[in-house]
Write a protein that binds this ligand. Sequence first.
Ligand SMILES: Cc1cc2nc3c(=O)[nH]c(=O)nc-3n(C[C@H](O)[C@H](O)[C@H](O)COP(=O)(O)OP(=O)(O)OC[C@H]3O[C@@H](n4cnc5c(N)ncnc54)[C@H](O)[C@@H]3O)c2cc1C
Length: 548
Amino acid sequence: MAEIEREAMEYDVVIVGAGPAGLSAAIRLKQLDADLNVVVLEKGSEVGAHILSGAVLDPCGLDALIPDWKEKGAPLTVPVKEDNFYMLGEAGQIRIPNFPMPPLMNNHGNYIVSMGNVCRWMAEQAEELGVEIFPGMACSELVYGDNGEVKGVVAGVFGLEQDGSYGPNTEPGMELHGKYVFLSEGVRGSLAKEVIAKYDLQAGKEPQKFGVGMKEIWEVDPAKHKEGTVTHTMGWPLGSNAGGGSFIYHLDNNQVYVGFVVHLNYKNPHLFPYMEFQRFKHHPVVADLLKGGKRVAYGARAITEGGYQSMPKMVAPGVALLGCSVGMVNVPRIKGNHNAMLSGKAAAEAAHDAIKAERSGDELSDYEVEVRTGPIGSDLKKVRNVKPIWSKWGLTASLMLGGLDMWTNTFGFSLFGTVNHGKNDADSTGKAADYQPIDYPKPDGVLSFDRLTNVSFAATNHEESQPCHLRLADPNIPVNVNLPQFDEPAQRYCPAGVYEVVEKDGKPDFVVNFQNCVHCKTCDIKDPSQNITWVTPQGGDGPNYPNM
Ligand SMILES: Cc1cc2nc3c(=O)[nH]c(=O)nc-3n(C[C@H](O)[C@H](O)[C@H](O)COP(=O)(O)OP(=O)(O)OC[C@H]3O[C@@H](n4cnc5c(N)ncnc54)[C@H](O)[C@@H]3O)c2cc1C
């Protein structure tokens, strides 16, 4: 194929992804120097279209970035008023009182928000400062300089032929070059994955760990709505099959976020995370709330869970990884947005200093030092053992020992040192023959829904004429390896029903319905053969979340 000719545009800093990390970086750069040229590229059709969080927001990140956010009309209008924590059994529940919880678990001072709307508002603040923001522009490739440094990205490739080649209607996109490139793609970023591999950034660190989070927005009976109430549950229905739990957040306008997270290191390949979520809504504590209401939106996204010991080196020549492209979620708090914002601010400050000193294309080591030793590191270090204790010894141990460890860490020490995570999530998957299939009740269409019906509430869309953005390194592995050994778990771990095994000419056939994809990246993480690579489809494709 002939060399592709692309126009190039020069910036000081190129930022991939308009989530809380990327937008904070853009805002901070312009606050520090209004003359810096800063561009943010976002694959969603608009800022916020691909944002999915719980979300209870700890405002410490926003306080540091835009101290007068209240006066500026930030959409943080629902303060947390009540915090509940339940351990569920199949038909009942035990309320765990708040007093034994370490102070960091307290949600007082936090806000129930739509992070999509917070990002939309942050984008307005950034644009007022002069940041250029281009939604609908997926960054599909990195551009390397002569010395092997990252010098930019390719964005805006549209209309590829179905086999991925260039045809008469292909727009080749453009190169955006920067003195520094920030990858703030969120969890399992596709370009971040390339950078981590190319520069061996995970070396000497624990493997990154993940969960899959699924979320519905419900409009409930006003009589049952309690604005500002936060509820978390553990236990049923997952039991000892997997780590995870639920969140139920009452925002305003009689809306409630109902979500469920399943840790992706589960062993039983028959486990069906989506159906666990649907089953969970039939627990009396949840069903009573939802009866008479209606589900108005659905979405899913992976969540980073490796924490402090899994953060890769986050800088390489010309490039820095931000937010959940590094993995900055505080797992017991289920919160990462505040750290994403703080990381954006720290990366911007390091890049600003470097550019002022006429540097470019090198490593922003000051950024990494700030993340590890500043407020982000301190937030994550205190809780570093909760997830590995849970994975190794189960939920009860995690509540007792993990709770104790969070308490002692509050006073600056741990009895456990740093517990390792062990295997990555793909390698944790056991053989189908060694585990019992799980019988899931059929969704009733009132409280629980089948996957495809729910996916229609994510308003996801991918041009059918486009190449499949879920690439199989070896197309035979699903049927020849994954099916006999693992009962092809892609049929179940994908929360959008992208993967199916059907019968064709009397033989099993693996089908990839990429049009359904909600960009959660679970397949890229959990496939036991590590045969699936999620690459970005063309800009504007994917979910269109409202106020997720
Ligand atoms: C179910 C769930 C519940 C959660 N609950 C909470 C909570 O209550 N509180 C909390 O603080 N945190 C919560 N989190 C964690 C929080 O969502 C993350 O920590 C946060 O989103 C990280 O921000 P980010 O900016 O790094 O990435 P993201 O918010 O994921 O933003 C990344 C952006 O980059 C874009 N992008 C990605 N790749 C490309 C590309 N190649 N080209 C162009 N654009 C690209 C994406 O479309 C997206 O808009 C939750 C997460 C999940 C999944």
